[in-house]
Design a protein around this ligand. Structure first.
Ligand SMILES: Nc1ncnc2c1ncn2[C@@H]1O[C@H](COP(=O)(O)OP(=O)(O)OP(=O)(O)O)[C@@H](O)[C@H]1O
Length: 332
């Protein structure tokens, strides 16, 4: 397996700078997830690593070897996209084995590799079917199978679960996590799904407008964000940002996660009025209009009987609050 190093990687389309100097190291066997808002450059960066897009500047190394001028087929990578792109006229077996066959492996080697991958992904019963005879989830498993029949240096995934329904997403996510454990492969994975990022990653890279905001282990980003962007991006529902001045605090904003805001009818530091209540079964989200802070989200466990238009008070758990300056940087 391989490691990956990006040094000062930039990419412009015409006069638009899309990737603005990315430095990153992904270790051998690591599961690295790129997250960030739509248009921040996640897919572009992945395509640059794959060689499907040329970098405008900087260097890409796989296992210490510069690959800027190496075509995709020679980079020893395997890629899984959001659309499965299987050959409709080929069986599952042939779709999975095609890459190896084209690379010159013997029929026996192809058969052995396909059998191993199909066993890992529970595809044995489907090997003789064609893509049209499969469900969306099965097709995506075949696409993943096609990637793992080879032993590339790097696996690249571009939102591979986004076409699947909720239940299949969970199953396939768990399968990808298991595959990573079993293959001990280096994986770079693009998603906009919080849960996928938090549960799959050894390391999350938070991108914003073509720059890296922070790199870290999922719980480190959650518990110890460097800035308001990362604090607001990691965590669902999103962190609340309160006006520091109105709380008599230093800095610009005070970040408080919805689970760290207490709500009471009797007393509290921040008066407000309930504007909406969402009962989700295991938890209740209460949206409270509390000016000058705006609309704040409170997360309560279990079912709560708060009603729209009730006057309430909120209190932030000071020990769990984050303080940010006018530039959005964390004040530690
Ligand atoms: N071929 C291209 N020509 C011009 N602009 C492009 C091209 N490909 C991407 N872009 C622009 O580059 C920016 C980054 O796009 P990219 O697809 O990498 O974002 P992303 O973070 O993957 O977004 P999403 O989460 O919506 O898929 C966007 O503003 C996009 O419009």
């Amino acid at each position: 397996m391989g490691n990956l190093t990006l040094t000062n990687v930039t990419k412009s389309f015409g006069t638009t700078d899309v990737i603005k100097g990315v430095n990153l190291r992904v270790e051998d066997g690591e599961f690295c997830v790129f997250v960030g808002p739509s248009g921040c450059g996640k897919s572009t960066l992945l395509r640059i690593i794959a060689g499907l897009e040329d970098a405008s500047g900087g260097e890409i190394k796989i296992d210490g070897v510069p690959v800027n001028n190496t075509p995709p087929s020679k980079r020893e990578i395997a890629m899984v996209f959001q659309s499965y792109a299987l050959y409709p006229h080929l069986t599952v077996r042939d779709n999975m084995g095609l890459g190896l066959k084209q690379a010159g492996s013997s029929s026996a080697q192809v058969a052995q590799s396909v059998a191993r991958a199909s066993g890992m992904l529970s595809l044995d019963a489907l090997l003789d079917r064609r893509p049209a005879e499969l469900s969306g989830g099965q097709r995506q498993r075949v696409a993943i199978g096609r990637a793992i029949v080879r032993t590339p240096k790097l696996f690249l995934f571009d939102e591979p679960l986004s076409n699947l329904d909720a239940a299949l997403r969970v199953n396939t996510r768990i399968e990808i996590a298991r595959l990573h454990r079993e293959l001990k492969a280096t994986m770079v994975y693009v998603t906009h799904d919080q849960v996928e990022a938090m549960t799959l990653a050894d390391k999350i890279v938070v991108l914003n407008a073509g720059r890296v905001e922070q790199v870290g282990r999922p719980m480190d980003l959650y518990n110890d964000p460097d800035n308001a962007f990362v604090a607001g991006f990691i965590g669902s529902p999103k962190m609340n940002f309160l006006k520091a001045a109105a709380l008599g605090e230093a800095g610009e904003t005070v970040g408080v996660r919805p689970e760290h805001l207490a709500i009471s009818r009797e007393s509290g530091a921040i008066p407000g009025r309930i504007s909406h209540v969402e009962k989700l079964g295991s938890e209740t989200l209460v949206y409270v209009r509390a000016d000058p802070h705006g609309l704040l989200t409170v997360r309560q466990f279990g079912e709560q009987d708060f009603a729209v238009d009730e006057a309430v008070y909120l209190t932030a758990d000071a020990a769990r609050a984050f303080r940010f300056d006018a530039n959005g940087l964390r004040m530690r």
